[in-house]
Design a protein around this ligand. Structure first.
Ligand code: HNI
Length: 147
């Protein structure tokens, strides 16, 4: 069981309360698709994704970026048992979507870059530490049903 300090809980909830999912969601998903182009294969049904401009303009990608952040919000609201909370989502990514679990960390890294760009100097090392811990738990919970 992951232990959270009151400070960590407060930092993560505070960051989330300031996020506009319509902004950070698409930015994070587009970034992972551009920086790690092999991730595009999972979104083949979303249409052409052959250039950064086309990826940014894709409405289904835009919408899905928001879906990812709504998924993260569920983890924030269930911080004491993210593993159980994500059991079905992990199963879906493993058994139905066949997403290689290494990609979860790549998306987590892109999310952190988008958050850092948004908050700049307010995103202190202490805040990054709490945020990083949260995303690590998310990545581990999403990877859980693969083993
Ligand atoms: Ni992911 C569907 C959350 C990482 C590819 N994903 C979802 C859904 C949520 C979600 C929520 C919707 C589930 C449902 O319909 O019941 N995904 C998350 C989270 C992360 C993540 C929180 C990590 C932070 N997903 C990834 C990664 C990939 C990925 C890294 C591939 C590179 N996800 C998908 C695909 C779908 C999906 C593909 C189905 C999309 C669709 O609508 O067809």
């Amino acid at each position: 069981m992951v232990e959270w300090t009151q400070e960590e809980r407060a930092i993560i909830k505070d960051i989330f309360s300031k996020l506009n999912y319509e902004d950070v969601g698409p930015k994070s998903l587009c970034r992972v698709l551009v920086v790690y182009p092999w991730t595009q294969r999972y979104f083949a049904s979303f249409g052409h994704l052959y250039s950064p401009e086309v990826i940014m303009a894709n409405k289904r990608i835009e919408k899905h970026g928001v879906v990812v952040f709504r998924g993260l919000e569920i983890a924030v609201n269930n911080m004491d048992d993210i593993k159980k909370t994500y059991a079905e989502l992990s199963k879906l990514h493993c058994e139905k979507l066949h997403v290689d679990p290494d990609n979860f960390q790549l998306l987590a890294d892109c999310i952190t870059i988008v958050i850092a760009t948004k908050f700049r100097s307010v995103f202190t090392p202490e805040k990054q530490a709490a945020w990083n811990k949260f995303l690590s738990v998310v990545v581990s919970a999403l990877s859980r049903q693969y083993f």
